[in-house]
Each structure stands twice: as C-alpha cells, then as structure tokens.
Design a protein around this ligand. Structure first.
Ligand SMILES: Cc1cc2nc3c(=O)[nH]c(=O)nc-3n(C[C@H](O)[C@H](O)[C@H](O)COP(=O)(O)OP(=O)(O)OC[C@H]3O[C@@H](n4cnc5c(N)ncnc54)[C@H](O)[C@@H]3O)c2cc1C
Length: 470
C-alpha cells in the first residue's frame, strides 16, 4: 500500500477496501485495458476485511455454503476451487456444501485480487487513506483525503459499507471502557474472563459470533441475551427447493404474499420438505419482491415483518445453531424479551435495566455488556465523513424510507435534486432502501461487476478529463 498524498489523476477510484470494494477491483482489473488507471482507497492496512471477514477465529463461519460464495457469477466454483487447492481434491464435494471459516473468505478475496493485479494490463494502486469529500470538478470528480490533498478521477465506485450502531442505552457513555465491548471486536471478546456474567444486547448474527467465541473459550459464566422480539437466528438445512412458484408473489400485496408463503410452507411440510425449501425458492427473487411492493407495503414490511423475515432469510450453519441451542438448553444462555433502557455502574458490576413488553422493568447485574445491536442503516447517522459531506452538500440524499442513500436503478448516486450523478456507482449495503437485499456476496459480486463495466465505459467516453500524472 502507498501512504502519501498523490498528485495523480485516475480513471476509476474505488472507495472502500472491504469485500465490495475488492470485488469491484477484481472485476475492473479483469476488464480494463492498459491505458486505464485504477486506485483503491481504504483506511485500514488490510483489504477484504470489514466487520464480516476481519475475524481471525476459526469458530466464525460463513452463513452461506462455499459453492455460493464465488467472486464471479460466471465461475460459481471459484471459492470452492480456492479451498480445494488447500484441502485436497478429495474433499471437493464436502467443501462445496460446507460453511467455511470467514477468515478464509478474506484470504480468498485477497488472493483473487493479487491474481488480477498480476495479469491485468491496467495500472492499479492501493492508497491507505480515507475519503472525506467528493465534488464535481470541471468534467471530473475530486476526492478529498483525510491525510490532506485530493485526487481527481473520472468515475468512482463507492463501497463504504455501514457502521455498527452504538449501544442504545442511557448511561452507556458513563461506563468504564472495558465493561462495554463491541461484538465485532473479536479479539476483545476472546479476553472476557470465563466466569464473567455477560449481557449481550441484540440477538442477531453478531450475538451468534459472540456466543461462539465464548463457547470456544470454555466460558462458564451466565450469558443473558436481550432481544426486543425474542427471536434467534434459525438454521440452514440440507439444500432443498420446494415446488413453489415464487414469481407469483410479485403481483401480490404484502398481506397476500405472507398468506401464500405460509400456505407454501404447509404444503412443503406435507411433502416432507422443511420451510427453508420455500425460502430457497424465493431467494433469487428477493430484490424483485422488494421492488414490486408498493411504498406503503414496504413501510408495513419494515414496521411489522422485517424481524421475522430476517431470522428466516439470514440463517446460520446447522452446527452453529446446534451450539446455540445447547447453550440455551443448559440454562447458561438466557433469552430476555425486552428493550434495553439504562446501564449504570453498580459497585464493580453493571446494572442493566430492561423494559419488558408488559411495561414492567427488569434488572440484571452483570460483569460485561456486549453490544451486538447490529449495523446502522441510516446514512446520516453512520459517522462516515464522506457520507456526511455528500448529504451535507446535497450531492446525495437518504434512500427510500430513510435507509441507505438514494441510487438510480443502475446504481448511480442520486443527488438532493433527484439528478443521477453518472460516474458515482454505489456498491453494497448503502443501496438497501432501493433494493433491500444488497449486502451478501451473491448481490455484491453482481453490483461490483456492473459498476466496473459502467465506470470503464465512462472512462472511455471523451469529455471526462484527460487522465495522467500531473
Ligand atoms: C458478521 C457478518 C457475517 C457475514 N457473513 C456473510 C456470509 O457468510 N455470506 C455473505 O454472502 N455475506 C455475509 N455477510 C455480509 C457481507 O458479505 C459483508 O457485510 C461484507 O463484508 C460487506 O462488504 P462491504 O465492502 O460492502 O462493506 P464493509 O465490509 O463494511 O467494507 C467497507 C470498507 O469501506 C471502508 N471505508 C468506509 N468509509 C470509507 C471512506 N470514507 N474512505 C475510504 N474507505 C472507507 C471501510 O474501512 C471498510 O473496509 C456478513 C456480514 C457480517 C457483518
């Protein structure tokens, strides 16, 4: 990586070196000619990490089978090939349906980026920096950098992901630093003393990560999990697809869709198939299912259905689910239904107050709190200087229903006046308001390839500045 304030112009800047940014770089390098200059800008020292793939711990598994995690739509076995190259051809079939360790996925993306760099004709460099502003400058775009200085580019792929939410409890800022841990701070979670009584706020996939690390550490203390709806992630089953025409859902309003889905689950059950088989039939249509809901039905979905949808859609590996169930069955993990209200120091411990559904309060005294409340979906609250700059200057506006940022159908940024900023392609979870399903690798790789193609075409269009070293 280079760490300097460059005085260069580039054809394409990729902002963010998480999975989305690295996938965009891999596709751009595969498609670009020798005269193209590409820069990837990422503040951290390691690429292809983000919250998901930064873990170094073996217990953190992908929640998608390896055969669906390729970087390339056209080469579905590519991730499996990467794993087979390490573990041997004999294991191929088992690997394809397995839930690989997440740390290996980051390694895979870095490996494929390295390969793409070695074979690419285009110029490529990585800049360790953070982009703090983006402005139109003559017929180019100017990116301001945290280290000072700026670069001019013809097109941008913005793949900045999203940020974890702060602990939503009064009194959180007054607690000593070590008592509140972030679920994504995997190494800090590993340091929790085995006898500590823990409260995990949130019951989604980050809670699962924490619970698995505790199990791997031989944790003995009680683990309280707080959940507003008392829902835990559900398990994948062996791959099965129900004979269910999910396309038919597209023409129906939300309520009717839910009725039809429930009926399809009952039918599947009569045929000896699990409910997961119905979800699998609908999986390829998830974006279309969102796009064909009326605005009002999308709001209803976000208000009433999303929690149930999430646990059915974002499932976990069966072996992970079994560990979670065993923790619950032993009584070590207790699920509490309620809303976190306050946290306060109580001698050496922390008092956590919950508001239950019947408006009664419940208190728990614990040694540590783990914040597993998930990621922020509202761009204006993400504490990302680039997003603050874009929203503040009217170069972007919040996405539909106030989540993510607004993009056109192709994925270009839409400004406060509703104009498409051609040349600023958004990749990943910031497109949530428009697409809903815009975070998992099967979506990211398609968006990355599409962004790379469009930005390269733009770079070839005369009139967007002449790129070269200044
Ligand atoms: C715990 C977890 C497990 C997951 N498991 C799976 C799975 O099994 N299968 C699957 O398909 N998906 C999974 N996902 C979803 C998805 O694959 C990941 O969230 C993925 O990491 C998203 O990548 P991203 O690049 O969009 O965002 P991120 O990983 O968040 O990367 C964004 C990057 O942008 C950088 N950045 C931010 N702002 C700026 C700026 N202003 N300037 C420069 N750089 C900036 C950040 O430093 C970061 O590196 C999982 C997600 C999580 C959280």
């Amino acid at each position: 990586m280079t760490n300097r304030s460059p005085q260069y112009d580039f054809d394409i800047a990729i902002i963010g070196g998480g999975a989305g940014g690295v996938l965009t770089a891999i596709h751009a390098l595969g498609l670009a000619g020798a005269d193209v200059r590409i820069v990837l800008i990422e503040p951290t020292a390691r690429l292809a990490q983000g919250v998901a793939y930064a873990t170094r711990h073996a217990e953190h598994l992908l929640n998608v089978p390896a055969r669906r995690m390729s970087a390339f739509d056209g080469q579905p076995d590519d991730f499996v090939d990467f794993l087979v190259a390490r573990e041997g051809e004999a294991a191929r079939e088992a690997i394809a349906v397995s839930y690989a360790q997440r740390r290996h996925y980051g390694e895979y993306l870095r490996d494929r980026l390295q390969r793409a760099r070695e074979t690419a004709a285009a110029h490529f460099e990585v800049l360790q920096d953070r982009v703090t502003s983006l402005d139109e400058a003559d017929d180019m775009l100017r990116l301001g950098l945290e280290s000072g200085g700026s670069i001019r580019v013809r097109g941008v792929a913005m793949a900045v992901g999203n940020n974890p939410k702060p602990l939503p409890a009064r009194g959180a800022s007054g607690l000593p630093g070590k008592s509140v841990l972030e679920a994504w701070d995997f190494d800090a979670i590993k340091q929790i003393p085995a006898d500590a009584e823990i409260c995990i706020a949130g019951s989604g996939l980050s809670m699962v990560d924490t619970a698995l690390s505790l199990v791997a550490n031989g944790h003995r203390g009680r683990v309280h999990v707080l959940s507003r709806h008392a829902l835990l992630p559900l398990a994948h089953t062996k791959h099965a697809v129900a004979d269910f025409d999910a396309e038919a859902l597209l023409g129906m309003p939300l309520r009717q869709r839910m009725r039809v889905l429930r009926a399809a689950v009952r039918d599947a059950d009569h045929q000896g198939l699990p409910w997961q088989a119905v979800m699998e039939s609908a999986r390829p249509l998830v974006q279309k299912l969102w796009l064909t809901l009326s605005h009002e039905d999308q709001r209803r979905f976000l208000r009433h259905v999303v929690r149930y949808w999430d646990v059915h859609r974002h499932r976990i590996a069966p072996q992970v689910h079994a560990q979670l169930e065993a923790l619950q069955a032993s009584g070590q993990l207790r699920l509490h239904r309620g809303r976190l209200q306050t946290v306060a120091r109580e001698g050496e411990r922390i008092r956590v107050t919950l508001m239950m559904r019947d408006r009664r309060t419940q208190e728990l005294d614990v040694d540590r709190i783990v914040n597993a409340t998930g990621v922020e979906m509202r761009a204006q609250l993400m504490r990302n200087p680039l997003l603050s700059d874009l929203l503040g200057k009217g170069n972007a506006r919040p996405g539909m229903h106030g989540i993510g940022i607004d993009t056109c159908a192709e994925g270009d940024l839409v400004d406060a006046q509703g104009r498409n900023l051609a040349g600023v392609a958004v990749v990943g979870s910031l497109r949530i308001g428009q697409l809903w399903e815009s975070i998992a690798v099967p979506e990211l790789r398609g968006q990355a390839e599409n962004a790379a193609r469009r930005l390269l075409a733009l770079a070839r269009t005369p009139g967007r500045g002449d790129v070269g070293a200044t």
